[in-house]
Write a protein of this length. Structure first.
Length: 211
C-alpha cells in the first residue's frame, strides 16, 4: 500500500498538476490505486478532470489518480512508523544495501517496468523494493540483496544513467563496487543479457560505463 502511495506522491509532485497519469502507472498499479480509492486514500480523476488533463497533455488521458488528504497523512505516518526487520532469514542471507532517495526512486521505476524490459529485474528484487524500510535519520532506504539482485540494481542504474543522471550509478559503484558494463555483443545488438562487473569501492571502473 505505502509503495503505491509513495509513487503517487512522487509523480504528483513532479507533474505540475498533482495527478499521476495513465502512462506513468502500469495497469496492475492502477488497480492497486483503485483499491486504495475505495478506502478513501486515493482520488481517481472523473470525466471533467480527465478532460482538463487531456487538454494539458495534448492527448486523451483515460486514467489519473492523486492522493487524498487521508492518503497523504497515511503516507506521512507510514514513513515514520517503525517497521519490522525482514523475516525468513533475509537479513542473514543478503547483503545490506542502503540507497539514497533518488536511487530508490530510480530503482522503483526499474522494477515497475519488469513486464516491458527484455532484461528483467532479478527474481525477488521487486519484493525487496516494496518491503524496504527507510531510516529517516540518515535518509537511506535499507534493502537486503543477493549478489544477483545487486547486479540487477546496477543494471537499473545503468539504464537511469543512459537516460539522464549518472549520480545514482556512480554512488552505487563507489559504495558497493557494482557497475553494469555492456558486453561487445550487447553493444552490437546481439545479446540482451546483463553484464555487471564488480570492482573495489571507489575504483575508476565506472568511467567506461555506457560508452
Amino acid at each position: 500500500m505505502l509503495s503505491v502511495l509513495e509513487a503517487l506522491c512522487e509523480r504528483g509532485q513532479t507533474s505540475g498538476h498533482g495527478w499521476t497519469l495513465d502512462t506513468e502507472f502500469l495497469p496492475p498499479h492502477q488497480q492497486q490505486a483503485g483499491a486504495l480509492a475505495v478506502q478513501g486514500l486515493v482520488q481517481l480523476a472523473g470525466r471533467e478532470d480527465r478532460a482538463e488533463l487531456s487538454v494539458l497533455e495534448g492527448r486523451p488521458v483515460r486514467w489519473a489518480a492523486r492522493l487524498t488528504p487521508h492518503g497523504h497523512d497515511t503516507l506521512t505516518y507510514g514513513r515514520t512508523r517503525p517497521r519490522a526487520e525482514p523475516v525468513s532469514g533475509e537479513a542473514g542471507t543478503g547483503q545490506v544495501v542502503e540507497l539514497m532517495p533518488s536511487q530508490m526512486a530510480a530503482l522503483r521505476v526499474f522494477t515497475s517496468l519488469a513486464g516491458q524490459l527484455q532484461v528483467s529485474p532479478a527474481e525477488g528484487l521487486a519484493q525487496q523494493v516494496r518491503g524496504a524500510s527507510c531510516d529517516h535519520g540518515i535518509k537511506r532506504w535499507r534493502l537486503y540483496l543477493t549478489r544477483e539482485q545487486i547486479a540487477s540494481v546496477a543494471y537499473g542504474f545503468w539504464l537511469h544513467r543512459m537516460t539522464g543522471s549518472a549520480a545514482e550509478a556512480n554512488r552505487f559503484a563507489d559504495e558497493y563496487g557494482a557497475v553494469h558494463i555492456p558486453s561487445s555483443a550487447e553493444q552490437d545488438g546481439l545479446s540482451a543479457g546483463a553484464n555487471t562487473a564488480t570492482a573495489e569501492p571507489g575504483s575508476a571502473l565506472l568511467s567506461g560505463a555506457g560508452a
